[in-house]
Design a protein around this ligand. Structure first.
Ligand SMILES: *[C@@H]1O[C@H](CO)[C@@H](O)[C@H](O)[C@H]1NC(C)=O
Ligand SMILES: *[C@@H]1O[C@H](CO)[C@@H](O)[C@H](O)[C@H]1NC(C)=O
Length: 462
């Protein structure tokens, strides 16, 4: 009974479903529309599916990329860690002193690359020392007159490994940067050169220390000072004021603080602001730029660097600025230079004492084009006198006068009588410019001068 009931129910249900479905289709004439919609839905579904597939492919690629990046990063991190460990190991092997030195070099390089307010230049001061503890006298003065530690970092380069001198320099602590020329090997020289060995050491020291200052510490401009120099209160102002000339005028290759004929009586003490051009490289407190050092460094000589630098191959027609009143003076050398020269000449050099505000002054008159024209006019418009007339005070004329010279001997004789330096280097007399030596005599400006049609120096004059 139950079974029949059940079959009857199913049959009934199917019938009802068929009828309902039939009527539903009849009632809603949507047959074609429905299949269109279905197709659109299908299409959309397909697109979605494709989209999802694409996205998943993209994601996979992204994941793979990320994995690769992470892997590379890990490798780099490992490499870094290894490198650090190697450096640490190296640093461990350095003494504390060496580490300190490395740190100082880093600071010095930062200083060299620094831009100061208003584009003011940083000028390194390189002091050469060897075995004289009196270097402290020079350093005391530099530190006293230095207007800015930031603008004028002081590097003291010491040769000779002389302990008392090293101690004297170390006493300045962080105020100066102390470096030591490492090559203390004996220099082999010809027997006849034995007594001049000091000049070989000086040249080696200069070559090394200037390389350090320009190529390792990266300074662009250096003021070179030796350990036996007294300096003038306006030494820094002088170099700062003339810096622009050195930068601007390619016919200048140095600014020197020294007047070779700067003895009392030969200079105009009332004109501390007076500057000149000279074809004679004076040295003794001078400013040099990197471009010139790049030229000189590869051919730097084994000895006698100052006379070498004065040769035409090195000078190439260039001049230096020099002051009327020296901004440096040697306080006496015991060592390579002979003491006789000091007693006879160097100790009478007049050191300027007045502060001249060079940075506030218009110094463009020293540029070659401006200077030469004025200079030639000044010299050759001056009346000619003889040494005898000058000496006896019988010159009626008030202004500057000129004493001509035509030969090597004539120059030397006259210079000696006037108390001037009478030597030549590569044919150039000391302080000479276009062959002319300008100085004071009995309160009057005098030019010891060749003919106006002068054609250049004769390197044979000595
Ligand atoms: C200084 O550097 C120049 C150029 O790099 C080089 O030729 C010369 O040998 C160096 N001199 C010294 C003393 O190291
Ligand atoms: C500096 O002096 C020169 C003459 O030597 C002049 O021509 C120039 O105008 C001056 N410059 C300034 C800024 O005064």
């Amino acid at each position: 009974m139950r079974r029949n009931h059940c079959i009857g129910f199913i049959f009934l249900s199917l019938t009802v479903w068929s009828v309902v479905t039939y009527f539903l289709f009849l009632q809603r004439p949507l047959g074609t529309r429905f299949s269109e919609r279905e197709a659109a839905v299908q299409q959309r579904l397909k697109e979605l599916e494709q989209g999802v597939r694409q996205q998943s492919a993209d994601s996979e690629q992204l994941v793979r990329q990320l994995q690769r990046t992470v892997h590379q990063r890990q490798q780099l991190a490992v490499a870094d860690a290894v490198k650090r460990r190697v450096e640490d190991a190296e640093a461990d092997q350095l003494t504390d002193e060496e580490k300190l030195q490395q740190e100082k070099v880093r600071q010095l390089r930062a200083r060299a690359g620094q831009r100061l307010a208003g584009g003011a230049p940083v000028l390194a001061v390189l002091v050469f020392a060897c075995n004289r503890v009196t270097v402290s006298k020079c350093l005391d003065q530099l530190l006293r007159y230095r207007p800015s530690a930031q603008q004028f970092p002081i590097v003291v380069s010491q040769d000779c490994a002389h302990q008392p001198t090293a101690g004297a320099i170390a006493a300045y602590g962080d105020r100066v940067f102390h470096i030591q020329q490492p090559d203390q090997s004996e220099i082999v020289v010809l027997p006849k050169e034995k007594k001049f060995k000091g000049y070989y050491k000086i040249s080696r020291h200069y070559g090394w220390a200037l390389n350090q200052t320009f190529f390792n510490f990266n300074f662009d401009t250096v003021i070179i000072v030796e350990d036996d120099l007294d300096v003038s209160p306006d030494l820094f102002e002088y170099f700062l004021g003339t810096y622009a000339l050195l930068q601007r005028d390619p016919t200048l290759w140095c600014v020197s603080a020294w007047n070779d004929n700067g003895k009392v009586g030969l200079v105009d003490e009332g004109a501390p602001e007076m500057l000149h051009r000279t074809d004679f490289f004076p040295g003794l407190g001078w400013m040099l730029r990197r471009a010139v050092w790049e030229e000189l460094a590869p051919k730097w000589p084994a000895a006698y660097w100052d006379d070498w630098i004065r040769q035409p191959e090195q000078r190439r027609g260039r001049a230096c600025i020099r002051p009327e009143l020296s901004r440096t003076r040697t306080f006496g050398k015991v060592g390579v230079s002979n003491g006789h020269f000091y007693e006879k000449h160097l100790k009478f050099i007049k050191l300027n004492e007045k502060f001249v505000p060079f940075t506030q002054m218009n110094l463009t008159y020293l540029l070659k084009d401006n200077y030469d024209q004025q200079f030639v006019k000044w010299v050759y418009e001056s009346p000619v006198v003889t040494y005898q007339e000058l000496k006896s005070g019988s010159v009626a004329h008030e202004g500057p006068v000129r004493i001509p010279y035509h030969t090597n001997d004539m120059y030397k004789r006259t210079a000696k009588m006037l108390g001037l330096m009478d030597d030549f280097r590569s044919g150039v007399p000391r302080t000479g410019y276009r062959g002319v030596v300008s100085f004071m005599y009995k309160g009057r400006r005098v030019f010891l001068a060749p003919n106006a049609n002068w054609k250049g120096y004769d390197p044979g004059w000595s």
